[in-house]
Design a protein around this ligand. Sequence first.
Ligand code: SF4
Length: 386
Amino acid sequence: MKTLGNIEKIESMRVDLLKWYASYGRHWIPWKLKPDGSVPKKVEKLPVYPILIAEVMLQQTQLNVVLPYWENWMKVFPTVFDLASALDHEILIEWQGLGYYSRAHRIHQTSKNLINILRDSDHLNPEAWPMDIETWIALPGIGRTTAASIISSAFNIPEALLDGNVKRILTRLIGSQESFSTDLKRLWNLSDLLLDRDSPRDFNQALMDLGATICTYRNPKCFCCPWKRYCFAYLAGNTSKIPVKASRKVLPHSVIGIGVVINDFGQVLIDQRKNDQSMAGMWEFPGGKQEIGEVVETTVIRELFEELSIKVKIGKKLLEFDHFYSHKKLHFVVYTCHLISGDPKPLASVQTKWVHPYELINYPFPAANQKMISAIKDYLVFEKTS
Ligand code: SF4
């Protein structure tokens, strides 16, 4: 492993990266442009709210996935005031499919805090927004990298960042043999050392663009990298071994039995997750985890009785599939069910509802449930027409 050496070398690294960025950077990212679509000059500031939304969405999610969500979000909640006054339900509807739903709750709370900070000032004027990183980091869901990205993008303020792409570049640059988590302090220092104080907005974006397009996790395109002559991993022919891979944990695996209870009016029963659960406020079809030695049909009957106080008869198996989360794998087995007795009570949820399948679009569901919704609609159409 090596250090980056003298200040002249660091300066030439900045120059080389910014030159590369001028030719090959992603200059089309909408929240990095002025409202008229032009590229901002160094002294110009950008609207903060669109950048804030984008940066929170970009936590854990790639740019190409975020783009359509961000565009839609800006139509539905065009200002921080629209977001602050929205209902949780409305926010979850727009966030559904992006995953990591706690981000939606936090950005909602952050918008309310920002309203208090902005008070009567003109929210369309970037100067009215906080420009110091401490204020941003104190807001819910805003970490150091998100805060640095917001203020360097909006105000061209020199704050270093360290997202996944930047960590990978810097680790290869110095040939680190440590995992990201044990090398964080050094990587932050390095990002700060390299940052171009004169053009932080472009420099940070250039780093992120380099990581996303050239210094990719697999098969980095070192032959066209502006930093190849400085890069330890490249010069040592070692890019496939750096960053060192963290040992893969085996994900815990559970079987989840789901009951789609359909009444005589063709309505299905859904319930809303509690605030102390993951994916708080989202809706789902009732069910739960299979116990040892239990057949999954029994799981469904038991869970629906325990959670809703209803007795059901199992119908047709609609589908089964695996769904992966960052920390676990679930195998869903989904049955239609017929209600035998009882009125659904939300014993383990906020509330329950009977809804027609065409109304499901008005309720935010976690991604795994979208497959179930398609299967339910197909089933009901088939049942009606067969
Ligand atoms: S030379 Fe290769 S490994 Fe090194 S920073 Fe550039 S793309 Fe990444």
